[in-house]
Design a protein around this ligand. Structure first.
Ligand code: AHR
Length: 512
């Protein structure tokens, strides 16, 4: 503490210091202990608005260029993200979804009303085969979110059999009739979604029993091994985690958690995605960073019941949630995506990296056209959001060893907390160290010094995502307004890396 204070004095760090402030970072590769699961960089696709229909799936007869019904432009962009895992079909939609309606000949599939999201008609043309084939095309693992709200145990058990049974079983034979001989590998299985709310409005004790029952009948067929995920808490509901860990930890492999940076619930009360004040900018980033406290508290409960960390924490929905864009269906959750969203993504991923000894997976909400998406589409046009670029730049942390570090930075008071304006994460893989740095300060550039002594670094390269305005974003007219660039504002001398980190920027440095 004393040492940090002295260092702060020498460097002139502290709130209120104006101009180009100094920040110091010390890496501790010798303390590296655990690997950052690549699944922390996961995605989520729900039958909601234009996420699936129009965003990913246009059908084979669409004038939009497609491969077997999947839009080519979106597919190509998603492949570049190296998505490790994709959660589907919801969200709230999952607990009203009946998988049996989404198999077989598309023109014979029954329709349903999507009660959760705009009351539109769902024609079930995107079902199990379409989803699992998409995962194969993207090279990612599927995460099936099962219906435990309005469905039955038998229904979910049979879905697992349909997808994963290799033998002469009724559901495997039905799959074969529908054109798929080989069973898919499906590891991640969620039992319900937000079971305390849209997924059945259950109380934790009751849901713990429901989960146990589903866990019995959702079986491992042949060589497939399920990783069973219990529907977890939202935000500050620590009691839900307590009860689930106490009553069902022996049956689960993972327990979920949802966290959105929502200012106020209610239609039109969440603030605009592109028109916001400086105060709102900092508020959102402060709320994003508050996830650290929330994680610590849920993890402390999990540690109490599961000190060996066998149960993974799955943050299977997270991200920003603003008012929908004007003129769009309020039930479609379509929002623009600015540099503020990119900051939220970078800060949150840095935080997940830090707790990766417990966090097994995280899935940003959502992949295309919904909430904090990677991609927005409009008919045959597509754009990549600033959040997409963060995920692309951060791929380097997937399955890399987390390097503990200390940052001494000036701070800002946001939501009554002292927040460091520079946020850093580092990892190591194949003798390459990657450091991601975010400067949330709207006014000041930062002089960052990273102490790399004893690490024998010879070569450094970098990439930067920055924008002149906090609300800079890509539009269909200007799709490249915000995109990563080469970063060269640094000097390496005698084990010290000095970086000029501009205001409102996200930088990833590669050190060899
Ligand atoms: O991601 C949108 C919705 O947010 C999901 O359907 C639900 O699980 C959550 O409340």
């Amino acid at each position: 503490m004393k040492k940090i204070f002295l260092l702060s004095l020498i460097l002139g760090i502290g709130s209120g210091v104006s101009g180009q402030e100094r920040v110091s970072v010390k890496l501790h590769p010798e303390q590296a202990q655990y690997t950052i699961s690549k699944h922390i960089y996961g995605q989520f696709a729900e039958h909601l608005g234009a996420c699936i229909y129009g965003g990913i799936w246009v059908g084979e007869n669409s004038p939009i260029p497609n491969t077997s019904g999947y839009r080519n432009d979106v597919l190509e962009a998603l492949k570049k993200l190296q998505i490790p895992v994709l959660r589907w079909p919801g969200g709230c939609f999952a607990d009203e979804y009946h998988w049996i309606d989404g198999i077989g000949s598309r023109d014979k599939r029954p329709k349903m009303v999507n009660n959760n999201w705009g009351g539109v008609v769902e024609d079930n043309s995107f079902g199990t085969h379409e989803f699992l084939n998409l995962c194969e095309m993207l090279g990612c693992e599927p995460y099936i979110s099962g219906n435990a709200g309005s469905g039955t145990v038998e229904e979910l058990a049979k879905w697992v059999e349909y997808m994963t049974s290799e033998g002469d079983s009724p559901m495997a034979n039905l799959r074969r009739q529908n054109g798929r001989e080989q069973a898919w590998k499906v590891k991640y299985l969620g039992v319900g979604n937000e079971s305390w709310g849209c997924g059945g409005d259950m109380l934790p004790d009751y849901y713990a029993d429901v989960f146990r029952r589903y866990a019995v009948y959702c079986r491992n067929f042949d060589t497939n091994r399920l990783f069973k995920i219990a529907s977890g808490a939202s935000d500050y509901d620590y009691n839900w985690t307590e009860v689930l860990m106490k009553k069902a930890k022996d049956k689960m492999n993972g327990l979920s958690l949802h966290y959105y940076t929502i200012k106020e619930w209610g239609e039109g009360k969440k603030g605009a995605a592109t028109q916001f004040t400086e105060e709102e900018y900092y508020w959102t980033l402060g709320k994003a960073l508050e996830i650290e406290e929330v994680l610590q508290k849920h993890i402390a409960i999990m540690d109490k019941y599961d000190p060996d960390k066998k149960v993974g924490l799955m943050v299977d929905e997270w991200g920003t949630w603003f008012n929908v864009e004007e003129g769009t269906n309020p039930g479609f959750l379509y929002q623009q995506n600015t540099m503020r969203d990119a900051m939220v993504a970078a800060l949150t991923l840095n935080t997940f990296n830090k707790y990766a000894d417990r966090i097994h997976m995280a899935n940003i909400a959502q992949i295309v056209n919904v909430l904090q998406s990677m991609i927005l589409t409009k008919e045959d046009k597509m754009l990549l959001t600033p959040t997409y670029h963060v995920f692309e730049m951060y791929r380097v942390h997937q399955d890399a060893k987390h390097i503990p570090l200390e940052t001494v930075s000036d701070t800002k008071v946001i939501r009554e907390r002292n927040i460091q304006t520079v946020n850093v994460s580092a990892s190591q893989k194949d003798n390459v160290i990657n450091i991601s740095l975010t400067n949330i300060d709207l006014k000041s550039d930062k002089k960052v010094r990273i102490d790399l002594s004893g690490m024998n670094i010879r070569q450094v390269t970098g990439r930067i995502l920055k924008a002149g305005q906090m609300n800079a974003h890509n539009t269909f007219e200007h799709p490249d307004a915000v995109k990563p660039d080469k970063f060269t504002d640094f000097i390496l001398t005698d084990g010290l890396l000095d970086i000029e980190l501009p205001t409102k920027s996200i930088v990833v440095m590669e050190l060899r």
